[in-house]
Design a protein around this ligand. Structure first.
Ligand code: NAD
Length: 259
């Protein structure tokens, strides 16, 4: 799974998302992250059909929304997503949140994997107890848990449980939607490498073995967010960023969400 992907939350279902994906592919990204609830799977599908590399070269992740999980219509929702995405498989399918009915959804995911509609299956926003439930009741372990992760929130318990079961972690909102980029430490560290605050934060994620899917629809920023593989943060800089952790969430707590 490519360690860098383009996030697509809030990219509109037309030219904006299509251009962003084409710019990302040109900049070397080979991974796109979307979801049914983002309402842009049609544009994602069009972008991949018209990209400068074959569909098979780009890792495509989508997610099944809570209403479909609760209604027990995961398989139908996946078929609808594949039609919107104009592809006969996704590389990774995620349960978006641990909504009631997630164990039945997981069974449907396992069947989709056998049917070849998905190449890998995983979860998102799952805490230790939700993961343990899948470990105890599922046949296949999740390949990935996609969770909120950035210097202000590292969710150590969910990560150590995932590590124990060989579940990869993808960070959502790795830039905290731009909220903390003014943090003076990032710019200060960036100066030492000729890199921006955003690049420092994304590189810190990668060096912690966390996959990143920063979102942008701006060509310059897409390129900037992709230039992460030509420098390495020192241990001292890694530790200085680690020390910023303060349990601050952007999104809701997965143990208590109401959508
Ligand atoms: P993000 O942390 O990626 O921040 C994106 C915002 O940061 C941009 O809109 C822009 O304002 C700013 N930005 C981006 N690059 C920048 C740069 N180089 N310099 C300065 N500012 C920059 O936020 P996100 O979109 O919430 O998260 C990334 C992706 O994660 C989403 O697009 C989506 O694909 C996924 N996601 C998943 C979940 C989930 O529940 N699984 C939840 C939220 C997001």
């Amino acid at each position: 799974m490519p360690q860098l992907g383009l996030g697509d939350y809030k990219a509109d279902n037309g030219k904006e998302a299509i251009d962003a994906i084409h710019w990302a592919v040109e900049a070397g990204y080979r991974h796109v992250d979307t979801a049914g609830i983002y309402n842009n799977e049609e544009a994602v599908g069009k972008a991949l059909q018209t990209a400068s590399v074959p569909r098979g070269d780009v890792w495509l992740t989508t997610k099944i929304w809570n209403d479909d999980v609760r209604a027990g219509r995961t398989t139908a929702a996946l078929d609808e997503a594949l039609a919107r995405l104009k592809t006969d498989y996704v590389d990774l399918l995620l349960i978006h949140w641990p909504a009631d009915g997630y164990l039945a959804a997981w069974k449907a995911f396992e069947q989709a994997l056998s049917a070849g509609k998905v190449r890998a299956i995983g979860v998102s926003n799952f805490m230790e107890e939700h993961l343990a439930d899948i470990v105890d009741n599922g046949e296949i372990l999740p390949a990935v848990n996609q969770i909120e992760y950035h210097p202000y929130l590292v969710q150590a318990e969910a990560i150590s449980f995932s590590d124990m079961h060989d579940i990869a972690i993808t960070a959502w909102s790795p830039l905290m939607q731009g909220k903390f980029l003014q943090e003076p430490l990032f710019a200060k560290i960036g100066k030492a490498y000729g890199k921006s605050a955003a690049q420092v934060v994304l590189r810190w994620c990668l060096q912690n073995d966390i996959i990143v899917i920063p979102k942008s629809t701006n060509q310059g920023r897409i390129r900037e967010n992709g230039e992460l593989f030509d420098f390495e943060l020192s241990e001292d800089h890694m530790i200085a960023i680690d020390e910023l952790e303060r349990g601050e969430r952007l999104g809701p707590d997965p143990r208590d969400f109401d959508f």
